[in-house]
Design a protein around this ligand. Sequence first.
Ligand code: KG4
Length: 369
Amino acid sequence: VARPLILAIESSCDETAAAVIDGEGVLRSDVVASQVDFHARFGGVVPEIASRKHIEAICGVCGEALDAAAVSLAAGGEGAGSPVAATSSALPAEGEQGARPPRLRWRDLDAVAVTYAPGLVGALVVGVAFAKGAAWGADIPFIVVNHLEGHLYANKIGLDDFAPPAVVSLVSGGNTMLVFMADWGDYRVLGATIDDAVGEAFDKVAKALGLGYPGGPVVSKFAAEGDPAAIPFPRAMLHSGDLRFSLSGLKTAVVTYINGERAAGRELNVPDICASFTAAVVDVQVAKARAALEETGAPTFCLGGGVAANPSLRAAYEQMCAEMDVRLVMPPLSACGDNAGMIAEVALDRYRAGKFASLDADALAHGDL
Ligand code: KG4
């Protein structure tokens, strides 16, 4: 076995995830259990529910990651190419106490790593406390990882030749930012949203249209059939001269339009609304990404976060990168969303650098790159 063997845990929002990486950087397992169904009826992530669902899932998800890693190590070879959904057996059934035959044990590991920030504090605390307990019980080093740095490292998953310098667009339900990666560990936030995240805007537009949660996938589906030029929604901060974003004005413009149409007794053209909203988002994202690439001269552009699944955004970035002769790296969608494989990738570098955390490290809602 190529040492070190590290188990990484991610619980910053509504995914409970665990992964094992070996000393050659091969992900031996990469398991994600999504809670999205439990939050859907509330139209967004409910922090209290997220914490409780992490408590329920964390033993099962870590157990599955350890078991899958043991199988992968015994078989040799490639390891997990990208994150996989937890099987239902990772999640305890009603009243079950999670009896599973142990295969890879805590004491077989060389370190335990965990996301400590940024995110929902009550959700982070579950992963942090669990990881600390494991590191303390097994008497092995403890490593803490910033979630945003994880998204940058996600570009390594399934790609052998990804390396900085690169501009990365992080677009999720909680974050919207452009980051310049000069090197591993050397990052500069070029600009971020001053209010809502892009994914949040998709979710709020979907809610206003009564389309459910999460909004991104369903808005994408309708947008494919609509006219992106039908309604001139605002392109906020398009000409602001910097790389910051603002999404709350666009969200309000869409909601105001919807309310106006309803008040006038007109039937909503949902595909046109979704396509026009998406076009307003994409135009600004692409203009700022282009400016970031020009400013930094980076040869590579990458994406991270759940909104990276948006087909209009992906198509626009493909065109932009072709025009600019820039390499486009779009990680598999499972690696764009929250996962522990990306946390494991960071943890391996931390381990090699001997950067371990104290067992009184805290979970933090905010944490800069
Ligand atoms: O990174 P992620 O899985 O986790 C959080 O930030 O919580 O991102 C989730 C976000 C949600 O807001 C969701 O609506 C959005 O990503 N999303 C999309 C698409 N698929 C998911 N937004 C736009 N288009 C999509 N196809």
